[in-house]
Design a protein around this ligand. Structure first.
Ligand code: PLP
Length: 425
């Protein structure tokens, strides 16, 4: 199964029905699971046997779909969460406690920035934000003795910066901590960060993976390569006994391949219950089956729009990492040579008001707090998703006041360009 190409994994990985079983992933619409003896169930509670007992922690539909995403990323274990926010929260909180410190790229999704900078700070976890373009020295200077992870987005939403995986991974590993990457925008169809030293991947499956605006969801995948036991003191949650699970030491019992996801499921899902509804996991799987086909068209439409905007006097600046001349072109070609994503951002000449005027005139691109959908949509971050940020924070996220984020859907290319050309006037 590991040898399959990504297109085959999109369609075939995860659920492999046995003789006479349903062809399509079954939806286990059940909160609970039945056992013959209490002893059978006790084994599950001791993590001595794998199985299901309550859907707040785990559900078979979710696990089949998570296994597909893990296969697509080339990881050893995966889990679904109720949202991308939950995935990023779990990925960090699984290894960082109050008093710990995380280094994050400053160019990340506004919701994640707020989660880190406001909510997780309240929980006692400190964050240092560094530019994705920082020098090795600047990155080095951000580490503290209590740093537990480095975080970034492969392609940042909405700034479309591309992170240099190898630079961040080697700094993280030199300090004995994992590099966690949110790979929502390129998806594993276009970019597989584990091939470049990343240790843990998160996703908002709400975006391209679902692709139809049907179901909010998230995923976490472990590469299975980070050696927690080599850093016993740094990650006590994984390397010392968990009293809430009868003294199990995750990294010993489940190894590098399984410890991270098992702990996140057994502890964080148990306590927070941010589970994805099995029905949503089913929708997600339908989306995954066509992801490789859809990404090509999203990228082709975005490339055409980027080329159009580059020539347009109405566009003050334009970001699309796959277009030659973009600031991130070289790094994009290194890590995602076959394409990046379907999102293009640009600054409307004339400032914030001109941006709002342009958006009103669009007929195909709809104004939505969404990206990565079959239907083209657009957003003005400064007046919506990034509203809560100060001007300085906006600048650090790479979001200008006149920036419009255009998410190219699966429509006809010429129709999309005509829509934009007409609205720019
Ligand atoms: C949307 C998004 C999130 C948050 O995901 P939700 O599913 O909306 O919770 C996280 N990271 C990135 C890059 C996103 O685009």
């Amino acid at each position: 199964m590991d040898k399959w190409n990504i297109e085959t994994k999109c369609v075939q990985s995860g659920y492999r029905p046995m003789n006479g079983e349903p062809r399509e992933v079954p939806i286990y619409q059940s909160t609970t699971f039945k056992y013959d003896t209490s002893a059978d169930m006790a084994k599950l509670f001791d993590l001595e046997a794998s199985g299901y007992f309550y859907t707040r922690l785990q559900n078979p539909t979710n696990d089949l779909v998570a296994a597909k995403i893990a296969a697509m990323e080339g990881g050893t274990a995966g889990m679904l969460t109720s949202s991308g926010q939950a995935a990023n929260f779990f990925a960090i909180f699984n290894i960082a406690n109050a008093g710990d410190h995380i280094i994050s790229s400053s160019s990340i999704y506004g919701g994640t920035f707020n989660l880190f900078n406001v909510t997780m700070r309240k929980m006692g976890i400190e964050f240092t934000f560094v530019s994705p373009d920082c020098t090795e020295e600047e990155l080095e200077a951000a580490f503290r003795p209590n740093t537990k992870a480095v975080f970034g987005e492969s392609i940042a939403n909405p700034a479309l910066t591309v992170i240099d995986f190898e630079k961040f991974a080697s700094a993280a590993h030199a300090h004995g901590v994992p590099f966690i990457v949110d790979n929502t925008f390129p998806t594993p169809v276009n970019c597989r960060p584990f091939e470049f030293g990343v240790d843990i991947i998160t996703h908002s499956t709400t975006k391209y993976m679902d692709g139809h605006g049907s179901a909010v969801g998230g995923a976490i995948v472990d590469s299975g390569r980070f050696d927690w036991m080599a850093h016993v003191d740094k990650f006590p949650g994984l390397t010392t006994p968990d009293d809430s699970y009868h003294g199990i030491t995750y990294a010993e019992k489940f190894g590098k391949e399984g410890a991270f996801i098992t702990k996140a499921t057994a502890q964080l899902m148990r306590d927070f219950g941010s589970i994805q509804a099995p029905q949503n996991a089913y929708y997600l799987n339908l989306g995954l089956e066509s992801l490789h086909v859809r990404m090509k068209q999203h990228c082709a439409n975005a490339m055409a729009l980027a080329q159009f905007l580059k020539e347009s006097p109405k566009a003050e600046f334009m970001n699309y990492p796959s277009l030659p001349g973009d600031k991130y072109y070289d790094v994009a070609m290194k890590y995602m040579p076959n394409g990046s994503c379907g999102v293009v951002s640009f600054g409307v000449r004339g400032g914030r008001a001109a941006a709002e005027e342009f958006m009103k005139k669009l007929r195909i691109f709809a104004i939505e707090t969404h990206v990565a959908d079959a239907r083209s949509c657009c957003l003005h971050p400064a007046s919506s998703t990034h509203r809560q940020l100060t001007d300085e924070e906006l600048e650090a996220c790479g979001v200008a006041g006149n920036l419009v984020r255009m998410s190219c859907g699966l429509e006809n290319t010429e129709d999309l360009i005509a829509d934009v050309a007409n609205a720019l006037g």
